[in-house]
Design a protein around this ligand. Structure first.
Ligand code: ADP
Ligand code: MG
Length: 465
């Protein structure tokens, strides 16, 4: 009797069914299609690369057993990865993977194929954020040391997850990237991924829309070190929390490292399920504090050297005495000072420094409000502000509303939920509008000009009110 690929695979499935749960069988083996038989080798098609990875990681022995039962000890399995063009998630990393997946469209041999194993995994890390240029002081020493320990031994220290919290501009993002970069330096083969809660949420929205949630979750399950920045934005996002919870549990169970940053301590996080918060306590929670004066001076000196400028001790002292609450502000003053000095052809002395500090302090103390933005945008479109809260579908009202939401998200520190309330909408509408504006800017230069123009007005009102 002729052996056909269908018959061989049907028999393999019988063996497999005896060894796995019905759920696993349904999830991982039913979608596999046999497509060819070539002597000792059965060619199967899997729906995507996650599938391939998953089978390789979890069922390789079982597959070998089943195949050798049907085809003898020389029996082999080859994979083909099926790629559908419309299966397209717009998140950067997934997009990059999809492209790579297409390149890998050729059949892949079973066993660990090096070409596939080290597929391009875009870490999204910023190379400029390293430990080398992270200045240490008492304010950040503990967090930094924990980070160094993790980079030597990701997933295997007691610091899993590592929660880094602290106010704006104190170095959370920098430190998180530094740990990622250092880990890659120590272990070039590890899969490190940096993402933030915003991007993560957007990817989930897309994955749900495109019906590729499995792919999404499996993608994250392959990561060795996951960094997720600004977790406070999970506030009220139930679906994202649920999915993050699953990914978290999976990674933690397999000793994969998780690093989370937050603008407040876990106990103060709002709108996040308790079960998730309690997971955060499994590892180390550490905070970044406001830098003391020595650290502020050290940071200024380091940044000054990086930028290749010279400043007197008096100038450095003056800045460090006045700018106390954030490293980002310290940097900001330094940059403004250099720019102002170049523009006015005035040397950096105490006088100029005083002026810059003054304008800077005023600048940052002014907060632009959602109401201001609404008014500005409504004026621009010559519509009444109230219309932004109404359910109007008139084109200019819709655009004005989306733009206002976009600016509110860009320029205020309000949560998405709060922004939504100014428009009688929920947070997902804000997120959607923000994205819609960005997409339109990408495709429509006329629209982009309008946005830029309004943006300057918003910024101007920020400086002048
Ligand atoms: P956060 O994420 O806490 O808001 P960031 O990590 O974005 O803060 O840091 C703000 C800026 O300050 C970045 O440009 C970063 O490089 C710089 N910075 C923060 N901490 C340090 C540090 N310890 N040494 C040098 N630069 C720092
Ligand atoms: Mg940050």
């Amino acid at each position: 009797m002729m052996l056909t690929h269908e018959k061989v695979w049907t028999k393999c499935l019988k063996t497999i069914a005896e060894h796995v749960t019905p759920q696993a069988y349904k999830t991982w083996f039913e979608p596999v299609k046999p497509i060819g038989l070539n002597n000792d080798s059965l060619l199967i098609r899997v729906p995507n690369k996650f599938f391939f990875e998953w089978l390789e990681q979890h069922y390789i022995d079982l597959l070998k057993l089943a195949i050798s039962k049907e085809l003898g000890p020389k029996g082999r399995l080859e994979y083909q990865i099926f790629v559908e063009n419309h299966r397209d998630i717009k998140g950067n990393t997934i997009e990059a993977m999809r492209k790579k997946g297409e390149a890998l469209h050729a059949s892949q041999k079973a066993g660990i194929d090096p070409a596939l194993k080290d597929f391009m995994f875009s870490s999204e890390l910023k190379p400029e954020y390293t430990f080398e240029n992270f200045i240490v002081g008492t304010c950040n020493k503990l967090a930094r040391n924990a980070g160094i320990a993790i980079a030597k031994n990701p997933g295997k220290t007691a610091f899993n997850p590592l929660i880094i919290h602290g106010g704006v501009g104190l170095g959370k993002t920098h430190l998180a990237h530094a740990i990622g970069n250092e880990t890659l330096k120590n272990f070039p083969d590890k899969r490190v991924l940096y993402t933030n809660t915003e991007r993560f949420t957007n990817q989930i929205v897309q994955a749900l829309k495109n019906n590729v949630m499995y792919d999404f979750i499996h993608y994250y399950q392959l990561i060795d070190l996951l960094i997720i920045d600004d977790i406070q934005f999970l506030d009220g996002r139930k679906k994202t929390q649920e999915i993050f919870f699953n990914i978290f549990n999976y990674l933690h169970q397999y000793d994969k490292q998780i690093i989370i940053t937050s603008d407040r301590a876990p106990k103060d996080l709002e709108g996040i399920q308790d079960r998730l918060i309690s997971r955060f306590k499994w590892g180390l929670t550490t905070d970044l504090q406001v830098p003391d004066v020595e650290t502020r001076i050290a940071i200024l000196e380091a940044k000054m050297n990086q930028k290749g400028v010279e400043m007197s001790h008096d100038v450095i002292d003056l800045i460090s005495q006045n700018i106390k609450s954030s490293i980002r502000e310290l940097e900001g003053v330094l940059v403004s000072l250099i720019a102002t000095s170049a523009l006015t052809e005035h040397e950096i002395d105490l006088n100029l420094t005083n002026q810059v500090i003054e304008s800077f302090v005023n600048h940052i103390q002014k907060e632009i409000t959602v109401e201001n933005i609404q008014k500005l945008v409504a004026d621009y479109f010559s519509i009444p502000v109230e219309d932004l809260r109404k359910k109007s579908r008139k084109r200019e009202v819709v655009v004005a509303r989306q733009l206002s939401m976009y600016f509110a998200k860009e320029f205020t520190s309000e949560s998405l939920k709060n922004i939504g309330e100014f428009f009688a909408k929920d947070h997902s509408t804000v997120l959607y509008s923000h994205k819609a504006v960005r997409d339109m800017m990408d495709t429509d230069t006329g629209f982009k000009d309008i946005v830029e123009k309004l943006k300057r007005q918003v910024e101007f009102s920020l400086n002048s009110n």
